[in-house]
Design a protein around this ligand. Structure first.
Ligand code: SME
Length: 167
């Protein structure tokens, strides 16, 4: 497909996701390279939904820590972010540990939240699975309080199921 997204920026959130998701599918279809696909997904989400920060943290072994697993920063769009997150730490680590979507309306109220940017006010983190284990998480941050809801969860989960096809 052409490397251009068609999104009506005046449309409501659900309509934007509905227009975006088939385009993400087309962008990644037939491409097996994980970094390339995650990079384009991060860019497509940020560009079309105007998120403050969107990116992936990938479960990796750390040889320096006797191969203990950590979340390591992957492709993202937005300000620089923390590189490594431990199991159960912050919202991303909680998503990994609990294997479920974390919807955080106010990051200040989330115990252990990791503040990569003081501008980040609310956040949604979703897991992608490989062999029933979390392989990576998608983290989306907003500079507005209470910016994510079940509509974001519904459509971002569709993106996670797409990601599971190529990881
Ligand atoms: N806030 C996240 C850390 C990642 S940054 O927001 C990009 C957390 O608590 O896990």
């Amino acid at each position: 497909m052409a490397e251009q997204l068609i999104i009506d920026t005046s449309a409501n959130k659900a309509t934007k996701y509905q227009t975006l998701i088939p385009q993400i599918e087309a962008l990644t279809h037939g491409e097996a390279d994980v970094v390339a696909n995650l990079s384009n997904i991060a860019a497509a989400l940020r560009q079309s939904m105007n998120f403050f920060w969107v990116g992936f943290y990938i479960v990796k072994n750390n040889a320096a820590l006797a191969d203990r697993q950590e979340l390591v920063l992957g492709p993202f769009q937005g300000p620089i972010a923390c590189t490594r997150i431990g199991f159960g730490k912050g919202v991303c680590g909680a998503c990994w540990k609990e294997k479920k979507v974390m919807l955080v309306p106010d990051v200040e109220a989330f115990p252990g939240h990791i503040a990569c940017s003081s501008d980040s006010k609310s956040e949604i983190v979703l897991p992608a699975f490989k062999n029933n284990e979390v392989a990576l998480v998608l983290d989306v941050d907003s500079d507005q309080l209470n910016d994510f809801d079940s509509t974001d969860e519904k459509y971002l989960l569709q993106v996670m199921r797409m990601i599971e096809q190529f990881i």
